[in-house]
Design a protein. Structure first.
Length: 186
């Protein structure tokens, strides 16, 4: 069991007009157009950032997460069309209905952080440690739960916008930063 009650407030992005960064001290990730959620893996529970229980609506992701060790993941639910493109609007067709077969898309979890592993709170740890642990947790895991790509190059990250489809921006995280939820403000 995690060392805190779930769901927890999640750290939120804040919009900026220009990109500031120091490539050696910041990790840059794509911001996909999806639904933010946290997952209690092992137990198969999902919540939106607005604390709505999504476990039934996204039962396929909840079930896939049972194959992972006991941990709490922070990520983005994304709808992937059979063509490989992302389609935000398809997520709404799943809201309250749960998975349906032959609908032309599957839902994936693009995981970008680990908040807890077992009964250890990982939020106070630096991003660089959390990222390493996330990669370890997802190694060999369900193909519908994958880590988001990360780069230290702002130029590479800016190329992702539009090129990957449904990437609506980039998120820069100082590698020494902790995850303090909504109270952190950015």
């Amino acid at each position: 069991m995690p060392p805190f009650d779930l769901p927890v407030p999640l750290a939120l992005c804040r919009s900026v007009d220009h990109v500031l960064g120091h490539p050696h001290t910041a990790a840059t990730e794509p911001k996909f157009d999806g639904w933010r959620c946290q997952v209690l893996a092992g137990a198969g529970r999902l919540w939106s950032r607005h604390v709505t229980d999504l476990s039934a609506s996204f039962a396929d992701i909840a079930e896939a997460s049972r194959a992972l060790p006991d941990c709490v993941l922070d990520g983005e639910l994304v709808a992937v069309l059979d063509s490989g493109e992302l389609a935000f609007g398809k997520l709404q067709s799943r809201s309250g209905r749960g998975p349906r077969s032959h609908v032309g898309f599957t839902v994936h979890l693009a995981a970008f952080d680990v908040l807890a592993v077992g009964d250890t709170d990982w939020r106070p740890k630096p991003y660089s440690e959390r990222r390493g642990r996330l990669l370890d947790l997802l190694e060999g895991g369900p193909p519908v739960i994958r880590p988001v790509p990360v780069t230290g190059s702002v130029a590479t990250a800016l190329d992702w916008v539009g090129a990957l489809g449904a990437v609506e921006g980039i998120v820069m995280k100082p590698t020494a930063s902790t995850s303090q939820g909504a109270a952190r403000g950015g």
